[in-house]
Design a protein around this ligand. Sequence first.
Ligand SMILES: [Zn+2]
Length: 678
Amino acid sequence: MNKICTGVVAAGLLFMANTPGFAQQKSLVNTSNSPYAKLKGVNMSAVKLTNGFWADRFKVCEDEMIPYMWDLYKDPNRAHAFTNFEIAAGLKDGKHTGPPFHDGDFYKLIEALASVYAVNKDPKIDKLIDEVIPVIAKCQREDGYIHTPTMIEERNQAAGAKEFKDRLHFETYNLGHLMTAACVHYRATGKTTLLNIAKKATDYLYNFHEKASPELARNAICPSHYMGVVEMYRTTKDPRYLELSKNLINIRGLVENGTDDNQDRIPFRKQTKAMGHAVRANYLYAGVADVYAETGDTSLISRLNLMWDDVTERKMYITGACGALYDGVSPDGTSYEPTDVQKIHQAYGRDYQLPNHTAHGETCANIGNVLWNWRMLQLTGDARYTDVMELALYNSVLSGISLDGKNFLYTNPLSVSDDLPFQQRWSKDRVGYIALSNCCPPNVVRTVAEIGSYLYNVSDKGLWFNLYGGSELSTTLTDGSKIKLNQMTTYPWDETVSVSLQEAPRKAFSMFFRIPGWCKNAKLTINGKPANVNLTAGQYVELNRKWSRNDKIELTLPMPAMLMESNPLVEETRNQIAVKRGPIVYCLESNDIPKDEKLFDITIPANIAFKPVKTTIENSPITMLEGSAISTGKGGWKNTLYREVSTLQKPVQIRLVPYYAWGNRGHNEMAVWLPLSR
Ligand SMILES: [Zn+2]
C-alpha cells in the first residue's frame, strides 16, 4: 500500500507541475485543488517578513523560540517527548513519561521547525529534523500505528497494552499532528521521510475505521486528525483519505453516552451551539471546514455558520480567546436531574458567561480559533473571518508566549488580582515548561513560525491582502502568471501600509485589500492619487486594473484608541470599558500606575484622551497608551464584601500596555476591563 501511495504522489507531482495553480501546492493549508474553497494559500516560502511587527516575532521565533523548545523537548530531564520515541523505538529502556499527548506536541515542534526552514532554508534546521525522523520511523508498528504510551507498554509487556483502550490517551490527536507536520515538512523540504510515516499512520486509521468505527468515534478526543486527514488527502490525492475524513464526522453520531464536553452527545449535523472543551470544539470546526472545502456538503457549512455566530456573538472574549470556564456543567442536553448534569472543563460557558479573573481561554483554543477562521476565510473570502483571526493572533495567541519567546501561559485571564483568596490550577505567570500540559507552547511557536502564510491569498481574480506586515511576496496567480511586491508597514502601531509592485502580470487582475472591521475612514491611493472605491469596514476592497511594475498602493487605516463596551448580558463587564487601538486590545498593569495606588481603584473617564507612546519591552517595539484616569483611592477591602460608595476622586496618570505583552516586566496585577468613572 505504501508503494502505491508513493506512486500516486510522484504521478501527482508530475501532473501538478504542468497545471496552473501549482505554485499554491506548497501552501500551509493546501486548498489549491479544493473545489469549495474560493481562496488558495501562497507557498510557504513565498513570503519573507522584512520589517515591523511580524518580522520581529518571526526573528524571535528563529533565534529564541525554536532553539529553546528544541533543547527542552530533547532533554529527558525536562520534557520527555523525544525520549519517549527513543524508548518506543527500542533505543533506550524506560517508561513513558509526560502527558499522553506528548507525541503530538513534539510533532507540532517539528512542524514549527519545518515552517521556519521553508522561509530561511537554514540547513541546520533541516539537519535537526532529519536526525529525529528515523527514530520516529523506527517506533512505528508495521500496521502503521504509532503512539508511544501504548508502544512502550507493548515493549515492556505490560498487561492490557492495547490501542484505543482509553479515550483520554489522545491517540488520534497525536496522529493528526503527525499528519499535519508531515505535510508541512514535505512542502518545506520536498522530502517524503516524515510523509511516509504519516501515510502509514493514515492507512492504519483508515483500516481501523473499517473494522472499528465506534471505537474510533469514541476516541476522537481533541480532533486534530480531521484537519490532518484532509491535509493528507490534499498532499497524496489518495481518495481513501477523503472517504475517511467524511466518515470521521459521520461516526461521531455513533458514540454512545457521549458528552457535551467532547461535542459528541449530539451528532454534529444536529448541533446548534458551541459547547464543551474549547480546544476540541475549535479543532472540530476547523476540521469540518476542511471537509467542506473538499465535499461542498451543505449540511456541514450550515452547522459551522451556526457555531460561528454563537461563538462570536455570545461566547468569545474581546481578545478573541475561547473557552470561558475552567470547569462547569452542561445542563442543556439532559434532564435537570442533578445526577444527569454533565461536567465540562476548559470549556465554552453559557451565552454571555465571560468571567475575567477565572477566564480559561487556553492558548490552544485561541489558536484553534485562528485555524478555524483561516479555513472559513479560504472557503468564502469574507473579511469577517480575517477580523477574528487577526484579533486572536494579536491578542490571545501572542499572550500565550513571553516577548523573549521562552515562557508560556496555558490560560489567558483578562484580570489578575493578588487579593483573590484562592489559587487556580494553572499559573498566571508564564513558565518555561507547563509540566501538566505543555500543549500550548509548541502550538504557539508553530503559529508564529507560520505567520507569513497567513498574510496573503490568491484566487482566480487576483491577490488578497489579509494581515498587514512588512514583507516581500514572490508568487504566481492561479493562472501561473508571476507577481512580486514589497509591503512596507509598521502596522499595527502605525496606520500606513505601502505596497510597491516589482513584477506584475500584463493583463488586468484584482488586488483585494482588507479594511478591518474596526477601521473607520480608511483611505487608499494608487500612485499618489485617491482611488475611487468604497472602503467599507469589515470587507475586502477590490482594485481591478492593469497593474505595472513600480505601481504603488498606499492604504491608511486610522487607529485612534477606542473605548469598548460589552453587551449588558455579560455581567462581569457591566459598566466597564476595554481599550482597543486598531486590532490591539490593551490592559492596565499595576506597575503602570502610581506606586501608592491600587489597580482595582482605577476608573476611566468616558472622555479620556489616550496618547500613543512608543517604547520597547524585551527589545520588542511596543506602543503604550498614556492617559489621565481617576482613582477612587479607598482600597482596603479586607474582610469587606459591601460598603458605601467612595466619594474620593483623584486624578492619576496611567499607561496601558498591549494585552499580549502583559506579564513581561515581572509579576503584576492586571485588568483588561476597567470601570467607567462615576
Ligand atoms: Zn494547549
